[in-house]
Design a binder for this molecule. Structure first.
Ligand SMILES: CC(C)(COP(=O)(O)OP(=O)(O)OC[C@H]1O[C@@H](n2cnc3c(N)ncnc32)[C@H](O)[C@@H]1OP(=O)(O)O)[C@@H](O)C(=O)NCCC(=O)NCCSC(=O)C[C@H](O)C(=O)O
Ligand SMILES: [Mg+2]
Length: 285
């Protein structure tokens, strides 16, 4: 399944250094896991985390969840060895932090061969170069790094994320223009369900495929927010049925709930139903 066709509602970071969390993740209802060797791992644990992670992945048990390994930057003492090791761990993709330009991905690809790549979008240069980064032939997905971005931009945290909007919007545009996946940044207050739900809804409305998470308590909120609601599914079915009906009479526009339905709306409706099917398929795998 390509990154675009698989559900990415909930994407959980797991520190590669924590065997208990690595084990727990085997039973968590997440769509994807980011096995982290970067910020969630202390300097002292960096090398050992690589081995701990390799063991956990060799043992398996992560089912249909997408497996992404976040390595350290290639400008660090661990990056190159992380990249070479990660390429052999059976993951679905390798995620490079702080991507500023397509050349950063070329450097990674030279170490990881045919592995699909993902990019952390979390620097001002990354925002300005988002379109060129998204166009990289090996790139299959982007992850917003809103903590690093806030630090670099020296902005204040606000519930409406206004200071982030330009960057978030540029990255969504870039990902959509190049047909790759894009996942929103983390919500740090992991015990604040209401705040998380509001931020998930904002991300969903902006076109993100899902949310990156830091704690299991955040999974249900993200899965709900990024799944089509019952009302959306019902509307999609009625739009398709109404459009089929008018088409049979030689017309190209139907009306449902007082709004026009044309072939582009039917395409969106079909995507909604396909998403539900993909989510259900994940549950049964
Ligand atoms: C935030 C935490 C440090 C909290 O940990 P802890 O105090 O252990 O939480 P709990 O006691 O509530 O944990 C309950 C059980 O859940 C397991 N657990 C906790 N977190 C995870 C997880 N992420 N994945 C899997 N399992 C998890 C615990 O092991 C407990 O299990 P059990 O003992 O069996 O009951 C901790 O949640 C944590 O470390 N989270 C990850 C932090 C992280 O990954 N940070 C880096 C990513 S964020 C980032 O870098 C984004 C980006 O780059 C940017 O710039 O924005
Ligand atoms: Mg970061």
């Amino acid at each position: 399944m390509s990154s675009l066709s698989r559900p990415l509602r909930s994407v959980l970071y797991i520190p590669g250094s924590k065997p208990r969390a690595l084990d727990k993740a085997r039973g968590l209802p997440v769509d994807a896991i980011i096995f982290d060797l970067e910020d969630a791992v202390t300097v002292e644990e960096k090398r050992a985390a690589r081995d701990t992670l390799a063991e956990a992945l060799a043992q398996g048990g992560y089912g249909a969840r997408m497996k992404i390994i976040r390595i350290n930057g290639l400008d660090t003492e661990w990056g190159a060895q992380d990249a070479e090791a990660a390429a052999g761990m059976g993951a679905d993709a390798i995620l490079l932090p702080k991507v500023g330009a397509p050349g950063d991905l070329d450097a990674l690809a030279a170490l990881t061969g045919d592995m699909p790549l993902w990019a952390m979008m979390e620097t001002p240069a990354g925002m300005l170069n988002a379109a060129a980064i998204a166009a990289h032939p090996k790139l299959q997905g982007m992850v917003m790094g809103t903590n690093d971005l806030a630090k670099e931009l020296q902005v204040r945290a606000r519930p409406d994320r206004l200071p982030m909007m330009t960057g978030l919007g540029l990255c969504v545009l870039a990902a959509k223009a190049h047909g790759i996946a894009i996942v929103d940044g983390v919500y740090n207050a992991f015990k604040d369900e209401e705040g998380l739900a509001a931020e998930c809804e904002q991300g969903r409305d902006m076109g993100f495929d899902g949310k990156t998470l830091i704690h299991p308590a955040q999974i249900d909120v993200a899965n709900t927010a990024f799944s089509p609601s019952d009302a959306e599914v019902d509307l999609a079915r009625r739009q398709i049925a109404a459009f089929d009906e008018v088409m049979a009479t030689g017309q190209g526009v139907a009306v449902v709930d007082g709004r026009i339905v044309e072939n582009l709306h039917v395409a969106t409706a079909r995507e909604t139903l396909a998403k539900v099917e993909a989510i259900n398929a994940l549950k049964t795998e």
